[in-house]
Design a protein around this ligand. Structure first.
Ligand code: GNR
Ligand code: NI
Length: 174
């Protein structure tokens, strides 16, 4: 397993739409394991491949609250597709490992059904709501080159982008 560096916005890979995976082979499985290790270490509840500079349609998530004693429950997806979304919306205070230390309310469909290939290359379907729904939609956005600030007003977006740029500059000199 390997822990990978997470890109901080702005970065070309974060603004690029990723390419589909042909099949989930051993190389993609290894990528998924490395992404899970990176996500748990961060820590975060989701991670998209382009956040670690890989431009394929792979994401990982784990919504389990291990602080509450819950067991890990990793979900690995390749080529995820939203096949149904609810009409009603949900708002959640979202954060992003690529936009550190900043959070904002983002409105999205409350419930989504997602079709994807799992780590065994088997076709799966899952329904997500609450935080899991925000997380899977946030990760699919990443695969399309979208970050959560793209959903905000220009004013809120610019405030966060300026502050993140400052944080990124501070990281560069270390
Ligand atoms: O760790 C994360 N928390 C989170 C909270 C609300 C909505 C989405 C997320 S995903 C984020 C990790 C991340 O940046 N994934 O791309
Ligand atoms: Ni993110």
């Amino acid at each position: 397993m390997a822990k990978l560096p997470i890109l901080i916005n702005p970065e070309p890979a974060l603004q690029t739409k990723s390419e589909s995976v042909g099949e989930v082979n051993s190389a993609v499985r290894k990528q998924m394991q490395d992404m899970l290790e990176t996500m748990y270490d961060a820590p975060g509840i989701g991670l998209a491949a382009n956040q670690v500079n890989v431009l394929n349609r792979v994401l990982v998530m784990d919504l389990a609250d291990t602080a509450k004693g819950e067991d890990k429950s990793p979900i690995c997806m390749a080529n995820p597709e939203i096949i149904w979304e609810s009409d009603n919306l949900s708002s959640w205070n979202e954060g992003c490992l690529s936009l550190p230390e900043h959070y904002a309310e983002v409105k999205r469909p409350a419930i989504v059904r997602v079709k994807y290939l799992d780590e065994n290359n088997d076709l799966q379907e899952g329904e997500f709501e609450g935080l899991a729904s925000h997380c899977v939609q946030h990760e699919i956005d990443h695969l399309n080159g979208i970050v959560f600030t793209d959903h905000l007003s220009r004013l809120k977006r610019n405030i966060i982008l300026k502050k993140v740029a400052k944080i990124k500059k501070g990281m560069d000199i270390l």
